[in-house]
Design a protein around this ligand. Structure first.
Ligand SMILES: [Zn+2]
Length: 135
């Protein structure tokens, strides 16, 4: 999986969520950062897009704090391992996360992306009239 994450991210560039998600979670007004990262990384645990909107294809988790909880290891950005990655990057308020208990609150002010080969490649953001992958 780590060998082809870069090509998967590059192939997703500029595409709307409709082209990323094979299930039915295509709401352009929703935040898709965890949904997008989970489709790219193969993170299919609950709560996922198939449970949320239906469909029959490969699901992807849709909640940042749930992805954070499933990480085998978490820590401060300054303590990250020296690797080409991929690493998941989480951004939230300091008081919304507890590294030691590996918990993150479910507040709107949080974000997730993929750090790979020293570049942050998967900032998923709203562009124009729909959700698209950007860098
Ligand atoms: Zn999906």
């Amino acid at each position: 999986m780590t060998q082809d994450i870069r090509s998967r991210l590059e192939n997703a560039l500029g595409k709307p969520i409709d082209d990323i998600c094979p299930n039915r979670f295509h709401d352009h007004n929703a935040n898709h950062c965890a949904h997008f990262v989970s489709h790219m990384m193969g993170l299919d645990f609950s709560f996922n897009c198939r449970e949320y909107k239906g469909g029959s294809q490969q699901p992807a988790n849709i909640r940042v704090h749930e992805v954070f909880k499933q990480c085998p290891k978490v820590g401060q950005w300054s303590d990250r391992p020296t690797t080409d990655g991929p690493l998941l990057v989480f951004v939230t308020r300091t008081n919304n996360v507890d590294i030691h208990t590996k918990t993150m609150g479910n507040i709107p002010q949080k974000h997730i992306g993929v750090f790979y080969k020293r570049a942050y490649l998967s900032l998923f953001q709203l562009q124009g009239n729909g959700s698209q992958m950007g860098t």
